[in-house]
Design a protein around this ligand. Structure first.
Ligand SMILES: Cc1cc2nc3c(=O)[nH]c(=O)nc-3n(C[C@H](O)[C@H](O)[C@H](O)COP(=O)(O)OP(=O)(O)OC[C@H]3O[C@@H](n4cnc5c(N)ncnc54)[C@H](O)[C@@H]3O)c2cc1C
Length: 370
């Protein structure tokens, strides 16, 4: 006899830290989880690549001792033994702050979250872009997906969690009954972009872990992160340096090729460290991040814009705050946990209501039988 699957279903859009945290929590709680990710691998902003004998993030990441929810998640996933703490040799106020990094990079956290989802019967569909979220007459959601080879398919689910930018959410949810004011507020969550380049070089050029600088016409980046000077040589086969710059997508640099950007970044870096030569670079990679940093927080809570649908996006992590928004893993993990608690509470409430109805029905039957 065919077994029926009575689990409530959730479609999660995005396999970054937010999507995978939600997926792990909800699959453990008994939900049927499908994660859809447009890239070919998990991680989102924490995506990584193999360099020598190590995995390295495409953009520089580290842990702070104050990242309470994130450190709790790391412990929950059983990978806390892989974290070591280092003196940051930071420039200025925060000098000698401890910063944490994983043995093997953040890949161990990302892969353990993904593994937990699949171990609980969940699915992660890579290279799949969500084009539209609509609502069926039954109240369920239908998520329309497109594979890289243009094949289309849909995922029907009770709940949807969207973890991309607010702007992308508005683009894929145009048919949903979301108040016009809420749509406008989300559309007004503007983002700055970032360009991150890493180089694996033969020799270390500075002992300083983190240097901030004022960008200008000749300096396209505003941060240098000497990964190796803080986290050690490891198995990269050289020293790793990240150069990170902020920009707008209307800036000419945004549409330049990776090679052109790398040349600009390297030329500016060479002005600071004159002894470095092009031949010292063993490998490099440029990563453009379109929605890197939201520029303000909205005045109202938009994480649940319609019934059973949640937006777990860093730009919504705080409400009505005049603080300069920060895109930090800590905020991402806390928001993901808050959204999972809301969904679990909703299910508990539905179960309590269903029990109450069953009790009334059986009582009515008993009375009728008397
Ligand atoms: C340069 C840089 C350095 C950083 N360093 C640190 C650090 O040191 N410490 C720290 O705490 N935080 C840091 N952060 C922030 C941290 O990376 C983020 O807080 C966290 O990774 C956000 O995770 P997320 O899942 O919310 O978003 P993302 O990682 O952006 O994940 C969203 C995912 O959704 C997918 N997606 C979007 N739209 C669709 C669609 N239509 N269909 C299918 N998939 C879709 C995307 O491909 C992506 O994989 C840094 C960020 C940047 C940019």
């Amino acid at each position: 006899m065919e077994e029926t699957d009575n689990r409530k279903s959730v479609c999660i859009i995005g396999a970054g830290l937010a999507g995978l945290t939600c997926g792990m929590r909800l699959s453990r709680a008994g939900f049927k989880v499908t994660v859809v990710e447009e890239l070919a691998s998990p991680g989102g902003l924490l995506a990584y690549t193999r360099i020598g004998r190590e995995y390295l993030e495409l953009t520089p990441h580290h842990l702070r001792k104050s990242d309470k929810s994130l450190l709790a998640l790391i412990k929950e996933m059983g990978v806390e033994d892989k974290v070591s703490w280092f003196d940051s040799t930071w420039q200025g106020r925060a000098s000698h702050r401890k910063v944490g990094y994983f043995d093997g990079g953040f890949s161990c956290l990302i892969s353990s979250l993904a593994q937990e989802i699949t171990d609980h019967g969940g699915r992660i569909c890579f290279s799949t872009t969500v084009a539209e979220i609509s609502r069926l007459g039954s109240g369920e959601y239908r998520t329309a997906c497109i594979l890289t080879n243009s094949t289309r398919f849909v995922i029907d689910s009770t709940y949807v969690i969207f973890t991309g930018s607010c702007r992308t959410f508005i683009n894929v949810s145009h048919g949903l009954p979301i108040a016009m004011d809420d749509r406008d507020t989300m559309m007004n969550v503007t983002y700055s972009a970032k360009i991150s380049a890493f180089m694996v070089v033969k020799h270390e050029n500075s002992q300083m872990f983190y240097q901030q600088m004022t960008p200008g016409p000749d300096t396209p980046f505003d941060r240098i992160i000497n990964h190796t000077s803080c986290f050690g040589q490891r198995g990269y086969g050289g020293s790793v340096v990240y150069l990170v710059g902020s920009c707008q997508v209307t800036d000419p640099i945004w549409i330049e090729s990776d090679a052109e950007i790398m040349l600009k970044f390297f030329t500016a870096y060479k002005k600071l460290y004159r002894s470095i030569r092009k031949s010292d670079i063993k490998s490099w990679r440029v990563t453009k991040i379109r929605y890197a940093q939201s520029e303000h927080y909205p005045e109202i809570d938009l994480t649940n814009p319609c019934e059973n649908l949640y937006v777990c996006s860093a730009g919504l992590a705080k409400i009505n705050s005049s603080e300069t928004p920060e895109n930090r893993m800590e905020l991402t993990v806390s928001l993901a946990s808050r959204i999972c608690s809301m969904i679990n509470a909703k299910e508990d409430q539905n179960a309590a209501e269903a029990n109450a109805v069953t009790e009334v029905t059986s009582l009515t039957r008993e009375l009728a039988a008397d």
